[in-house]
Write a new protein. Structure first.
Length: 430
């Protein structure tokens, strides 16, 4: 019955989209979808009538809900019936729909484009995440690339030129193409710089870091990003994609940069600096994990320079899920990087034994490594050992539930519903 109602909902949304013809911006990629979507939202929202994806609504159920601005009724048949009734009464849609398109299985992108074909497709990157349902990473790239094949000749593809698999997608569409990245591109990032605090204590309400970068367009530096409490390459790349979209829509680079510098704030669970207990600092990246994003987070951790010899950089890492045949190799690579990025390694989950082994092989002492079966155990351990000035990087796949670690050691746990991921009752009751 529920599946029947979902099909009816998809059909209703498809008809609404075909009738009202909003500009549909679809963001896809193995990493960085939500951060990029949030940056685009910040850049566009003051200038257009916009509705964007909430939560992680990026599949065949979530995309129609996002288009309607509705929440999922969950298991309630009556809730789905009421939602379908409301959908029948919708008279218009916003001018711009900003959506995330996820792809866990081959063909997922095509199904979503069949519901709402994008006018602008933004592809952020390709990684081995979700490889469990694909033969190899090239199949993942082909699935992501399929989105640009749905674009009409008068549409736009916005591509991350730093990722060679994404850059190659320019050859697979008749649409216009704009590129962004640190390598030569239409919207090129130059001199990405992170300024981090170098003292012994981190308190609520303070600024912990800045990221700055210059934007070059047509060979000329035209603007500077100055992002408060944002960390490094990933948020700068999200902003570059947003600037490309805003410029294409006539909003302009300077207006987009102004909004991003002022309003592109914390995204829960995505490299979000949070004050921790005892004057420590948490870099909360607990939303999800892919090899590329975990490597980027460890690079950020390495950039922080604690103020005293007794201060530590602590990597708290849960397993990366759905890597299929790549799982052992990818976890071993992470362990090697941990050995050069952190003073203490706290590993969570059975699969992380591979990372522990490779960290030891790379020279990290056994006394600096702890392994726990669950995030709850890791949180209790950190609650005991964290000290003033420590920098604690927390990351793992959704199934690792690493937000529980953050909650255990954050200075203001009562603010968890506002600043952490997965704080809804369905998650808290698991």
């Amino acid at each position: 019955m529920k599946q029947f109602l979902i099909k009816k909902l998809q059909n209703r949304v498809r008809k609404l989209v075909n009738k009202h013809k909003p500009i549909i911006i679809a963001v896809t990629g193995s990493v960085g979808k939500t951060s990029t979507k949030e940056a685009i939202k910040v850049a566009l929202e003051p200038y257009v009538n916009l509705r964007s994806t909430v939560k992680n609504y990026n599949n065949e159920i979530g995309v129609p809900l996002s288009i309607l601005g509705e929440n999922s009724p969950g298991k309630s048949i009556w809730g789905w019936l009421r939602l379908l009734n409301r959908a029948r009464k919708v008279k218009r849609l916003p001018d711009v729909l900003l959506l995330e398109y996820g792809a866990d299985h081959p063909g997922d992108i095509g199904k979503l484009c069949g519901i709402a074909k994008p006018s602008i497709a933004v592809v952020t990157g390709v990684s081995s995440v979700h490889a469990e349902y694909f033969t190899n990473i090239e199949e993942i790239a082909a699935e992501k690339a399929s989105i640009v094949g749905f674009l009409a000749s008068d549409n736009l593809a916005v591509l991350n030129v730093d990722d060679k698999r994404v850059s190659a997608m320019a050859q697979k569409t008749t649409a216009s193409v704009l590129t962004y990245g640190v390598t030569a591109s239409d919207y090129q990032l130059q001199d990405i710089t992170i300024s981090t605090r170098e003292d012994e204590s981190f308190e609520p309400g303070e600024v912990f870091a800045h990221t700055s970068a210059y934007i070059e367009h047509n060979g000329t530096v035209i603007a500077q990003l100055k992002l408060k409490n944002k960390l490094g390459y990933a948020p700068a790349m999200a902003c570059a994609a947003a600037i490309a979209v805003a410029d294409y829509l006539g909003i302009g680079v300077m207006n987009a940069v102004k909004e991003l510098n002022k309003h592109y704030g914390a995204v829960p669970g995505r490299l979000n600096p949070i004050p921790g207990i005892k004057g420590s600092l948490i870099i909360d990246d607990s939303y999800n994990a892919a090899p590329t994003s975990m490597q980027n987070g460890l690079k950020i951790l390495k950039m922080f320079r604690p103020g005293e010899e007794v201060d530590r950089r602590i990597a708290v890492l849960g397993a990366m899920a759905e890597l299929g045949q790549y799982s052992d190799d990818e976890h071993r690579m992470i362990g090697l990087q941990v050995a050069t990025s952190a003073d203490i390694f706290v590993a969570v989950g059975e699969v992380m034994h591979s990372a522990v082994d490779s960290a030891k092989e790379a020279g990290m002492g056994a006394e600096s490594i702890e392994w726990f079966g669950t995030s709850e155990e890791a949180g209790r351990y950190l609650d005991r050992i964290v000290q003033q000035g420590d920098i604690v990087f927390v990351k793992g796949s959704q199934s690792a539930r690493m937000e529980k670690v953050v909650k255990d050691i954050m200075a203001e746990p009562l603010s968890a519903p506002e600043v952490l991921v997965r704080q809804e009752p369905k998650w808290l009751n698991e």
